[in-house]
Design a protein around this ligand. Structure first.
Ligand SMILES: Cc1cc2nc3c(=O)[nH]c(=O)nc-3n(C[C@H](O)[C@H](O)[C@H](O)COP(=O)(O)OP(=O)(O)OC[C@H]3O[C@@H](n4cnc5c(N)ncnc54)[C@H](O)[C@@H]3O)c2cc1C
Length: 383
């Protein structure tokens, strides 16, 4: 019987799924079993859309349809937690399974704190995340740094610190450090992120720490809750999944990689926040001066619940008729959300004017955490 704290290697017993999955296919198999066993009524997952730079959310009720979601889309920058809000009213009394990266998981916790979702009705299967690359930036990086036509790429992956592409006629990997020093690579919020293993989900699944003959063929699963243990046991008992204890050396390697990622996160925080601090007000005025008041930053923020007027239109708290928006709009917004900013980067990702909004709210959140941490112990999200 699995229990909270267990660390296992897991792999699907379905050979077709094993081929399509990113690692051992455990995530897809667990979500399929959750539907088959009626543990959940629907699953919110991600599938490939127009091309491999296009990650699309899907609500699945037929377990077979989950096979199409297997595999990781590293250029998929969407956040599932805010989307859940769309389904909650229609799901009264029903249970939802979902795949969560660290930011999705933090978004769910923020929604739960606001009593907008009930986590008892949700099974979160977490995937570790070292960061994602914006689709437009990925295309530019592949063209300019890899010298490859982005439309000829058939697979991308991030492995052992490299961004690797497979394309018609070959494959090529370049180290993330080299790419990021040259201004390419992961989104800036992902570089600063230190929630790499989503341990507040029910299970945390990844590839770090899978070594030996299981490397690339199994998923590393950390059991994070009783709910997660029950789901895993059920899938094993139903002969959908095989597990074995993780190799102790693999556990050590995983911890080392996670620690290295924390250090990298600290490096980027230092670099980004010091640059901001040195020129704070000018930077805010210059950057937010491009705002055209579209409201995307509010609509996609998992910690900001949009207020609607009597015509069901978003209340943007900005004076009508003025473009760009009054800088006070952004300052008020930062004050409103920054104490619980999860650094998911959606405000920045969805901003058509490319204002580095996540940088401002993450800097404020991190500064506030520093003040509270010595009094309250480490912040839930600081690592
Ligand atoms: C952007 C990203 C970065 C990652 N970085 C790391 C890492 O640094 N270290 C590590 O150990 N593991 C990382 N992972 C997790 C790893 O790639 C595998 O997802 C995990 O090992 C599970 O493997 P599996 O074969 O069991 O998953 P599969 O059975 O192939 O299932 C994968 C699941 O991931 C979901 N998914 C795919 N793309 C996205 C996306 N962009 N956002 C949300 N969900 C998505 C799919 O819906 C599917 O349910 C990352 C995953 C993603 C999506």
């Amino acid at each position: 019987m699995a229990k909270k704290g267990d660390m296992l290697y897991a792999w699907t017993n379905d050979s077709a799924l094993a081929k399509k999955a990113e690692c051992g296919g455990a995530v897809t198999e667990l979500l399929k079993y959750a539907l088959e066993s009626k543990t959940v009524d629907a699953v919110l997952a991600v599938t490939r859309g127009f091309d491999l730079y296009d990650a699309v959310p899907v609500l699945v009720t037929n377990p077979k349809d989950l096979d199409a979601c297997a595999g990781s889309l590293h250029c998929g920058t969407l956040l599932l937690s805010k989307l859940v809000m769309e389904y909650v009213p229609k799901m009264a009394g029903k249970k939802l399974g979902m795949v969560v990266k660290g930011c999705d998981m933090m978004g769910m916790l923020e929604l739960a704190k606001r009593k907008l979702v009930n986590l008892d009705d949700i099974v979160m299967v977490g995937v570790n995340c070292g960061g994602s690359v914006s689709p437009v930036a990925a295309r530019r990086m592949i063209k300019e740094k890899f010298g490859v036509d982005p439309d000829k790429v058939v697979k991308e992956e991030i492995d052992k610190g490299q961004f690797i592409i497979e394309f018609e006629g070959g494959h090529k990997g370049i180290s993330m450090d080299e790419l990021e020093d040259a201004g390419y690579g992961r989104r800036s919020n992902c570089r600063r992120c230190k929630v790499k293993v989503p341990r507040q989900a029910d299970l945390a699944c990844g590839n770090w720490g899978v070594i030996g003959d299981k490397a690339g063929k199994a998923t590393f699963v950390e059991v994070c809750s009783d709910k997660g243990a029950k789901l895993l046991d059920g899938a094993v008992k139903a002969k959908k999944l095989t597990t074995e204890p993780a190799n102790p050396k693999g556990i050590e390697t995983r911890a080392k990689v996670e620690n290295a990622m924390f250090k990298l996160g600290d490096k980027w925080r230092k670099r980004d926040f010091e640059a901001l601090r040195s020129n704070l007000w000018e930077t805010i005025a210059k950057e937010t001066g491009r705002c055209m008041k579209c409201g995307a930053c509010i609509a996609h923020c998992p910690v900001c619940v949009e207020r609607k007027d009597k015509y069901d239109q978003p209340v943007l708290m900005v004076r009508p008729g003025f473009i760009p928006a009054d800088p006070m709009f952004h300052l008020r917004r930062f004050a409103h959300i920054s104490d619980s900013c999860i650094n998911c980067g959606q405000c920045e990702e969805c901003c058509p004017c490319e204002i580095p909004l996540a940088l401002f709210s993450h800097a404020i959140r991190t500064e506030a955490d520093k003040w509270y941490e010595p009094k309250l112990g480490k912040s839930a999200y600081s690592n």
